[in-house]
Design a protein around this ligand. Structure first.
Ligand SMILES: *Cc1c(COP(=O)(O)O)cnc(C)c1O
Length: 401
């Protein structure tokens, strides 16, 4: 038995830490689902979900995880045989492309590899090559949780517009909502996919798809849409059951009401983004110090402007990442994420990658605690690393506040 007694920290990129307040809010007996509080809460939640992503348009809530959100979005955009363009910046971009392909859509993947943001110019070039305008939508991942790459959605929109191509812009923001700056209407996003178990701090169970008027018009001819996934009744509900295509997720709605209040009313969205920025700076500074002197330690994304603020993917060579993860769980009460999409389980390089989740309900003592625990683990395991990482992380956090 290791030294884990005390509060543990699940520092994986989702599900994230659920605040006790959210858990307590969810601890309710089943309510009357025909009238009263749950109906009022739902209307308030819908309004706040729109505020959260900066849209005056529509949102549909599904009882699903992020994969369900992908399928909801794609079923409302496409007919069998339609074409789509997917800008993949990690495992999750490929995942959405694959799900959409299996639904009968011809998906062209622009593969930006595992350590780069999507290049708006390559997206524009692919659209220019489609003179017949057969491509219905461009699928982009805002922050790919596997690589931690952050793509510039506003720049991608501008590049699409410059081509005059009418494709919808559909964005997976599951890992960035409530963590990284995101402005749906200002950035010209047509379809936005989210889920509740990352920056929104809930247990898994809800997916969200926000959609523009333009996207709604497209969905009227989308042949893949089925009754459950149809976003129109959910987004324009007049009867309560229409919001959820059946029984409401009552406990999750109470939890979401609490979480949205924490984000939008108490802390404020701009400050939530700043907090994630400051925590990220601390993580990045620690890695810069650890790698100094040519150690085999590196952040996955070299360019700071292309890094997401909710998750950090990194490499510690010679199997160090895997050994460190196991040590942290056994000795420090910290669970880090596995590397995803970097190497296959069983390949020697599989143990070289890890991810740190710093999304949602996280603050300096949690993240600095993770970094100091990592440093202890590296010392215990004799993993070569440069000095001064914790001091650098503390200083970076201080500068960012
Ligand atoms: C977590 C995540 C998903 C998948 O969500 P699930 O709830 O695991 O289905 C998809 N895309 C991104 C960017 C994610 O972070």
């Amino acid at each position: 038995m290791g030294h884990v007694s005390g509060r543990t920290y699940l520092a994986i990129p989702g599900p994230s830490v659920v605040p006790d307040r959210v858990l307590n809010a969810m601890h309710r007996a089943s309510p009357n689902i025909y009238e009263g509080e749950i109906v009022a809460i739902t209307h308030a939640v819908v309004a706040d979900l729109k505020r959260l992503v900066g849209t005056d348009q529509h949102v549909a809530i599904y009882i699903a995880n992020g994969h369900g959100g992908w399928e909801a979005a794609s079923s409302n955009m496409f007919s069998r045989g339609d074409r789509a363009l997917c800008a993949a910046t990690g495992r999750f971009g490929h995942g959405w492309a694959e799900a959409t392909r299996r639904m009968g859509v011809e998906v062209e993947v622009l593969d930006f590899g595992m350590s780069a943001a999507a290049d708006p110019e390559r997206i524009a070039a692919a659209l220019r090559a489609d003179a017949a305008h057969a491509i219905r939508a461009v699928l982009v991942t805002h922050v790919d949780t596997a690589s931690s790459a952050l793509s510039d959605i506003a720049a991608i929109r501008a590049a699409i517009d410059a081509t005059g191509h009418p494709a919808l812009l559909a964005v997976d923001a599951i890992a960035s909502i409530g963590c990284d700056e995101l402005r749906m209407d200002e950035w010209g996003i047509d379809v936005l996919v989210g889920a509740c178990q990352k920056g929104l701090m809930l247990p898994p169970g809800l997916a969200f798809v926000w959609f523009s008027e333009r996207a709604m018009a497209r969905s009227t001819v989308a042949g893949l849409v089925t009754p459950y996934w149809d976003w129109r009744p959910r987004g324009t509900a007049t009867e309560f059951y229409q919001f959820f295509g059946g029984t409401a997720p009552t406990a999750h709605l109470h939890g979401l009401r609490e979480a949205l209040g924490m984000i939008l009313e108490e802390e404020g969205l701009a400050q939530v983004w700043r907090r994630h920025e400051a925590l990220s700076r601390a993580v990045w500074a620690a890695f810069d110090a650890w790698r100094a002197g040519g150690r085999d330690i590196a952040l996955n994304i070299a360019e700071p402007g292309h890094r997401g603020r909710s998750v950090t993917a990194a490499r510690i060579g010679n199997g160090g990442a895997g050994r460190l993860r196991r040590w942290l769980e056994a000795e420090a009460g910290v669970t880090l994420g596995i590397g995803l999409g970097m190497a296959l389980p069983g390949e020697p390089a599989y143990g070289d990658f890890l991810r740190i989740g710093h999304m949602g309900h996280a603050n300096a003592h949690m993240v600095l605690g993770v970094l100091a625990s990592m440093e202890a683990g590296m010392a215990a395991l004799s993993i070569p690393h440069g000095p001064g990482a914790i001091e650098a992380a503390a200083a970076a956090f201080a500068r960012a506040t």
